[in-house]
Design a protein around this ligand. Structure first.
Ligand code: ATP
Length: 319
């Protein structure tokens, strides 16, 4: 078993310098709370342009929160903790011209982004939505309509969930972005569209140098797609982050011919977390007092074998 404590790569060091020209994201000691409830604790990240980063974590780990912060929806502590494409993630509205953000809320209410406010259950065709943007990028529009299998005459009051999702993706992707933040938006897509979309996104990163950060629980067909993983623990911290190629256990599983190494790793991290949580509860019961979460929950260590990548010091506390 690899002793991770021997080779801790410290993201604190990665993020020590300034935002560099080839950086897409720089997060420095980000803390975030909803009211008095801390959700993100000490998150650090430096992501280069052209990266495809997969956010992994249990329900409630904070993936959506982190994406919303990157998408400029929340103020942070410290105020300048998050820089996206060299700009302040929240305050710099110019970012919205090169940043795309999509989550599963869309279609439930209105097209809130881009200032349109179009009711999405209305009797309106695809061609009638964000039509100026569509006409500004005719080639991209046609490519995406084909890729997503959209009939431009579909009317939004008569589409299925999956079709609505495809339209969301179409409208969100038609403007060329430098950074794309995706929160579980591929859930209702059929297999073919999802795979084609993933391939298209890979090309966007390779050809245009765009950066994609994608939170999902569905790992089917995702092996080899991400360049980076960021595992968020249920304690609001980073459990592991780094290049997929540096995740030794992933490489071992691949060499052994495992058909779904990504799923196996995510499952193991999450299961270890669940077990740690159970142990914590049991210990709390024994002691009659609260046990500090962070002292016990260290899935990347207790799982063993997840060498290299970036570990935070607090994961080595009490090990
Ligand atoms: N608007 C909000 N107000 C208060 N608490 C919130 C809000 N949004 C999320 N939370 C809480 O913050 C924590 C992180 O939620 P978040 O949605 O970021 O997690 P997630 O990792 O995206 O989860 P999932 O995989 O279920 O989508 C959860 O405990 C959640 O209850």
């Amino acid at each position: 078993m690899t002793d991770l404590t021997k080779t801790p790569l410290k993201p604190e060091e990665d993020v020590a310098g300034p935002f560099l020209p080839d950086d897409a994201v720089l997060i420095r000691d980000l803390n975030f709370s909803y009211g008095d409830r801390p959700v993100l604790k000490g998150i650090n990240m430096r992501l280069k342009r052209g990266s495809r980063c997969l956010l992994i974590g249990a329900n409630g780990a904070g993936k959506s929160t982190l994406l919303r912060i990157l998408g400029g929806r929340h103020l942070t502590k410290p105020d300048d903790a998050v820089t996206v494409m060299g700009m302040h993630a929240f305050r710099d509205t110019k970012l919205n011209l090169i940043r795309a953000y999509m989550d599963t809320d869309w279609g439930m209410r209105t097209v809130a982004f881009a200032g349109y406010g179009v009711p999405l259950q209305a009797d309106i065709p695809v061609t009638g939505m964000m039509s100026k943007l569509q006409s500004q990028h005719p080639e991209r529009r046609d490519e995406l309509l084909e890729l997503l299998g959209i009939d431009p005459e579909w009317r939004m009051n008569r589409v299925s969930d999956g079709q609505r999702r495809r339209v969301q993706l179409f409208l969100g992707l038609v403007r060329p972005f430098d950074i794309l933040l995706l929160d579980e938006v591929t859930v209702s897509l059929d297999v073919v569209v999802r795979q084609d979309l993933l391939r298209w996104l890979r090309r966007e990163t390779e050809v245009r140098g765009a950066t994609v950060i994608y939170a999902t629980h569905i790992f089917d067909g995702l092996d080899d797609w991400p360049s980076h993983l960021h595992f968020m623990t249920n304690q609001g911290r980073t459990g592991w982050q780094g290049k997929l190629e540096d995740l030794e256990h992933y490489q071992e599983l691949r060499r052994a011919g495992d058909p779904g190494p990504l799923l196996r790793i995510a499952e193991r991290w999450l299961r270890t977390e669940t077990e740690e949580q159970k142990r914590r509860k049991l210990r709390e019961k024994e002691l009659g007092t609260q046990v500090l979460d962070d002292k016990l929950s260290q899935p990347t260590l207790s799982g063993g074998g997840f060498a290299a990548g970036r570990m935070y010091d607090h994961f080595h506390e009490g090990v």
